[in-house]
Design a protein around this ligand. Structure first.
Ligand SMILES: C[S@@+](CC[C@H](N)C(=O)[O-])C[C@H]1O[C@@H](n2cnc3c(N)ncnc32)[C@H](O)[C@@H]1O
Length: 270
């Protein structure tokens, strides 16, 4: 196993934190473990050799490989189900009353392989049924990892990722493939646009969102990075829009402009 020197560790962690927000200061063993196969494949004898390749690469491919290795992509369908209950029981009935334009924009930020955004799309289908066609739902799902976005677009999952999905939903929204995996039905997949986006970038969008999911992403960021990102989310939300974060994450209530609604649910003033 090729080991990191203190200097190499510092260079790599500073680079990843500055550009992608991910704090790897306590992840030395993880970094060594996950990157060793990459070093061997590239014929590098030391991490310094690898860092030189990274710095010289203009194609973006090396960076993409690094990001695929350092990101944690764990996710599953129906994760943190209280959010989907809140969507179904509070947000959607409210929208039916007040949203005369029948347009609703959702962003899954840090979407990994798509389980979160597809669970959202299924919740909308389930709630509206045939009435859904009279609405315009725009669903954007973004991540920095090209790997996970490729998988998300395909929408093919092992059974363990959909173990919390009810049999009725499995029947309606998935098709079982000959190899035993499950693929999300085209009718659900066509509603979602997947795109590479680094949450550290100063993002803007042509239209604002009504609901943003950013769950289990900010845990890897430090407090300052989190605060800045939460402000940027605030700016791209419609008044009255919601932000869902992971249940193990918090927003500092003293500094945020968001109103606290329920655990891991925040709202911009209407
Ligand atoms: C643990 S997954 C969370 C997936 C999903 N939101 C959920 O809660 O199940 C975290 C995702 O955040 C992505 N991520 C980490 N840093 C990011 C950044 N700077 N910009 C965009 N995505 C990022 C990772 O690539 C990873 O897919």
């Amino acid at each position: 196993m090729i080991k990191l020197t203190d200097q190499e560790f510092e260079t790599l962690t500073t680079f990843v934190k500055r550009n992608y927000g991910i704090n790897l200061e306590k992840k030395r063993v993880l970094l060594e473990g996950r990157l060793n196969s990459v070093l061997i494949e590239k014929g590098c004898k030391t991490f310094s050799d690898y860092i030189k390749i990274l710095q010289a690469d203009r194609s973006g491919i090396e960076l993409s490989v690094l990001l695929n290795k350092v990101t944690t992509n764990h996710t599953f369908f129906m994760r943190e189900p209280k959010h989907f209950e809140f969507l179904k029981n509070t947000i959607l009935p409210e929208q039916e009353k007040i949203n005369t334009r029948k347009q609703y924009n959702i962003w899954s930020a840090g979407c990994s392989v798509g389980a979160e955004v597809y669970t959202t799309a299924m919740t909308l289908h389930d709630y509206f049924g045939v009435k859904k066609s009279s609405w315009r739902f725009k669903m954007l799902a973004t991540d920095i990892s090209q790997n996970v976005l490729g998988k998300a677009k395909e929408g093919i999952y092992q059974e363990d990722l959909i173990k919390d999905v009810s049999p009725a939903w499995k029947n309606s929204y998935f098709k079982k493939l000959p190899d035993g995996q499950y693929q999300v039905q085209d009718s659900i997949r066509k509603d979602v646009e997947f795109r590479v986006l680094n949450l550290m970038d100063n993002f803007t969008f042509p239209t604002k969102f009504n609901l943003i999911f950013c769950r289990n992403v900010m845990i890897y960021f430090d407090q300052e990075t989190r605060n800045q990102l939460i402000n940027r989310f605030y700016n791209v939300l419609e008044p009255g829009g919601y932000l869902f974060i992971g249940h193990s994450e918090t927003i500092q209530r003293e500094t945020t402009k968001f109103n606290y609604i329920a655990p891991a649910i925040y709202r911009k003033e209407a």
